[in-house]
Every structure is written in structure tokens, then in C-alpha cells.
Design a protein around this ligand. Structure first.
Ligand code: SF4
Ligand code: SF4
Length: 161
């Protein structure tokens, strides 16, 4: 309840929408149970190498606990996909709602381990080039729902062309 009140106080209407549309979440119950029960090995909170810098986690976070920071040098992930930022988490502001994980396309689109989470998701060594060869694992409706939070939608655009 305390966390919910904090989300409401710190957020605006969009936060209510995220709570109300919780059924649209893409992190499945099995993964959520693993996280909540502490069965996920802790390591760094952001898997910097595998993160594609799309900003989905930051935009979805209801308490603004995630700040996207510019990299000193952009990283070319693949043709047409450049990583210019990575997220930083402020644990003090985190209310453990898991929306950052829900909207991380690495998990949401491909079913790979999400690259961000307050309790962490373990070691993540995703290769975006290989993942792009796999079909998206969710419906077009859910892809559209996720896409609205991504600052960089090139991963979706690239896959659809
Ligand atoms: S779990 Fe993720 S989305 Fe939720 S408050 Fe913490 S950092 Fe933000
Ligand atoms: S949503 Fe995932 S891939 Fe995108 S910036 Fe956040 S951690 Fe990185």
C-alpha cells in the first residue's frame, strides 16, 4: 500500500493508467514469481553491454527512478541501430513495480532476460543481432503498447521492414 501511495503521489495520470492497465504487462507470472521470491541471482542492476539504450525502462518508470545518460561514445549495435544512452537507477526512488522490466524490449519482444530490474535479472549476455533473427513473441497489440514508451523505436521499425 505504501508503494502504491508513493506511485500515486509521485506520478500523474499516466501512472494510474499503468496501474489500471496492469493486465497489459508482458513480464509473465513465472518471471515475476522468480523475482519476487528472490530466485534471481543478483548482479549489476543494469546489464550495460546487452542494453540497447531504447529508453523504455525510463519512460515506463512511474517514479522517475531511471535516468538515461549519454554515453561518451555511441555504440553501433547493428546497421541502423546506435546506442547513445544507458539507464541509471536511483534505488531510493524505486518502488519495485517491475515496469522497467515489463517494457524492456529485450524481454518483452524477444523473451530474453530483461536488461534492467531493481532486483536484477542475473547475468545478461544478449546479442541483439541474433535476437533480430527471432520472431517477436508477442501480439501486434502488445508491441504497439510497448512502443509508446520507447524513445528509440528503431528496433521495432527495423524488424517490421
Ligand atoms: S521497478 Fe523499475 S519501473 Fe518500477 S519504480 Fe523501480 S525502477 Fe521504476
Ligand atoms: S528498456 Fe531495456 S534495453 Fe531499453 S534502455 Fe532500458 S534496460 Fe536498456
Amino acid at each position: 500500500m505504501k508503494n502504491l501511495i508513493r506511485i500515486i503521489l509521485e506520478g500523474a495520470l499516466t501512472n494510474f493508467k499503468r496501474i489500471l492497465f496492469a493486465s497489459e504487462r508482458v513480464t509473465d507470472m513465472e518471471m515475476r514469481s522468480r523475482i519476487l521470491e528472490g530466485r534471481v541471482e543478483p548482479t549489476d542492476k543494469v546489464a550495460e553491454v546487452s542494453c540497447i539504450g531504447c529508453g523504455g525502462c525510463s519512460n515506463a518508470c512511474p517514479t522517475e527512478a531511471i535516468e538515461m545518460r549519454n554515453l561518451d561514445e555511441p555504440v553501433k549495435l547493428m546497421d541502423g541501430l546506435l546506442k547513445t544512452q544507458i539507464p541509471f537507477l536511483n534505488s531510493e526512488k524505486c518502488v519495485h513495480c517491475y515496469y522497467c522490466h515489463d517494457f524492456c524490449p529485450m524481454y518483452a519482444l524477444f523473451g530474453d532476460a530483461g536488461t534492467i530490474h531493481p532486483n536484477d535479472v542475473g547475468v545478461v549476455e544478449s546479442d541483439i543481432n541474433k535476437l533480430m533473427d527471432k520472431p517477436f513473441k508477442i501480439s501486434d497489440d502488445k508491441i504497439a503498447f510497448i512502443a509508446q514508451f520507447l524513445a528509440d523505436k528503431s528496433i521495432i521499425k527495423k524488424k517490421k521492414t
